[in-house]
Ligand binder design. Structure first.
Ligand code: HEC
Length: 469
């Protein structure tokens, strides 16, 4: 038996005592459980909002037992030193091994009927031992140093609420809401990690980029931004997230998704509304409403490489590609223009403009347009159609590419906004901001297949790859 095993045997029953007055010896035993896994996977659970519960941190900074360090003013996460202290405290309430029910850290917040303790002054946080957050802690206690493999990956449609704190996760097979992310007030943009592990949502209320765990649907980390964010986009390799900062003089924040830090605030021309990584991954294209400028960033160097001034504020954009995958055109909706412009990416100039005609018999809405009569644009995955929504006429206009001929129109509710396609191109989802609904439309037949009730003022919608437990 080696010395480490002996130390573990002796110290486990005394863990509580030793953690209160840590010695080198106790620290040695405590390190048997992985610190990094605790820091990055277990700790977020203590900060997360779940259902109607109070966050663990709200009570346990004052506890004489399980004690969490208070966060510094304005901080979203603990420093490494604080994490060490949290670790020592949590360690005192666990018995390493594969029986999680021996650990108070697991039995106290677990529902009594699921095997938890009869009472926890902080309430029942986990309804069952299958709860993914509970399992993260149980795996730590069992000696895990990384998350267990997901059982699979699924496609989801993510609909945010521009006037709510709930973001809806829709299964495009059943067209049912299968989850709600409920701790982000004014979630703006959404992007998913290419490996499906997490989602990135910009948080306008806290000026953060919120990393949401795909399996728990809880905010796992909030990364401070340089200002109020708007839309986000993820690099093809998943290593970086570009966040448009909607404040003059204008910048794009670049987030390292491994270190989970804001690595660069790149100055650009104008407050940024939307930013998109192009389909080939080579550029990030950021548009400004304030200065009417399209800013093109090289994603290899993260430098601004060219800009183009449009005649009006730059709103949603969409891209199509040449045969070699490089960017062909940028389709651009503009402030106070009921239609879109076409920018040739190589020529770096506007080459066409298409205005949406009125829809006969449809009442024209002019109220609450927020300067953008058309504010939702998408190129279908096969590159053959362009969908553009009209708040004025409550329709999506469908154009064939590359000839830009209108081939159909479909009613998509009051104040339709953003557009996203399933990866197979069969369905398009459009948020109807005025109806609090997301509309699912069959792309080929241009017929609605489902209307899904979502939150307040659903604007931004995106397609995500997500890991499942
Ligand atoms: C509303 C306040 C509150 C919240 C929120 C809360 N707790 Fe507690 N917790 C308490 C109180 C009070 C006690 C002591 C009484 C008891 O044993 O229930 C306690 C006890 C514990 C204990 C036993 C050790 C000790 O300190 O006595 C553990 C472990 C624990 N909580 C873990 C958690 C975890 C993990 C969470 C979040 C998932 C959480 N608690 C959320 C109030 C809270």
């Amino acid at each position: 038996m080696n010395i480490r095993a002996v130390a573990t045997r002796i110290l486990i029953p005394l863990g509580f005592v030793f953690s209160l007055s840590p010695t080198g010896f106790a620290q040695h035993a405590a390190d048997e459980l992985d610190f990094e896994y605790f820091r990055s996977e277990v700790q977020p659970i203590f900060l997360a909002k779940r259902n109607n519960n109070v966050r663990c941190i709200q009570c346990h900074t004052r506890s004489s037992g399980f004690r969490l360090q208070p966060l510094a003013d304005g901080a979203f996460f603990w420093t490494d030193e604080q994490s060490r202290l949290n670790y020592a405290s949590a360690r005192a309430f666990v018995v390493p091994g594969t029986d999680p029910l021996k650990s108070r850290l697991l039995t106290h917040p677990l529902a009594t009927k699921a095997g938890g303790d009869p009472f926890h002054g902080g309430g029942q946080h986990f309804a069952s031992q299958d709860d993914p957050e509970w399992r993260i802690i149980a795996d730590w206690v069992a000696g895990a140093s990384s998350r267990r493999e997901p059982s699979g990956l699924v496609i989801r449609i993510i609909q945010t609420s521009a006037a709510g704190d709930d973001t809806y996760v829709i299964d495009p097979v059943t067209n049912k809401v299968v989850g709600i992310i409920d701790d982000i007030e004014i979630a703006h943009g959404i992007a998913s990690a290419p490996d499906g592990s997490q989602l990135y949502l910009s948080n306008e209320a806290l000026h953060s980029l919120d990393v949401v765990d795909s399996r728990t649907l809880r905010v796992k980390r909030r990364i401070p931004l340089s200002g109020r964010p708007n839309n986000v986009s993820v690099s093809k390799d998943g290593r970086k997230v570009y966040v448009g900062i909607m404040e003059m003089p204008g910048s794009v924040d670049i987030i390292d998704t491994q270190a989970l830090t804001n690595i660069k605030t790149l100055p650009v021309d104008g407050a940024i509304h939307n930013v998109y990584v192009t389909p080939d991954g080579k550029h990030a294209v950021a548009g400004s409403i304030h200065t009417s400028t399209i800013n093109v960033i090289d994603t290899a160097t993260d430098e601004l490489v060219w800009t183009l001034k449009m005649s009006a504020g730059v709103r949603p954009m969409a891209f199509d590609t040449n045969a070699d995958g490089s960017t062909k055109n940028i389709y651009v909706q503009l402030s106070n223009f009921h239609g879109f412009a076409v920018v040739d990416f190589n020529k770096r100039e506007e080459v066409a403009r298409v205005e949406h005609p009125p829809v006969p018999g449809e009442h024209a809405h002019t109220d609450g347009l927020q300067g953008a009569p058309a504010h939702g644009l998408g190129v279908s995955p096969d590159g053959k159609t362009l969908w553009s929504t009209s708040k004025v006429y409550s329709h999506a206009y469908v154009y064939s590419l590359p000839d830009l001929r209108e081939i159909g129109r479909v009613f998509v509710g009051q104040h339709p906004e953003w557009v996203t396609f399933t990866p197979d191109g069969k369905y398009v989802y459009i948020g109807a901001a005025g109806d609090n609904e997301t509309h699912a439309i069959d792309v080929a037949t241009m017929k609605e297949v489902a209307t899904i009730a979502v939150g307040q003022v659903p604007k931004r919608v995106a397609t995500a790859l997500m890991a499942v437990e």
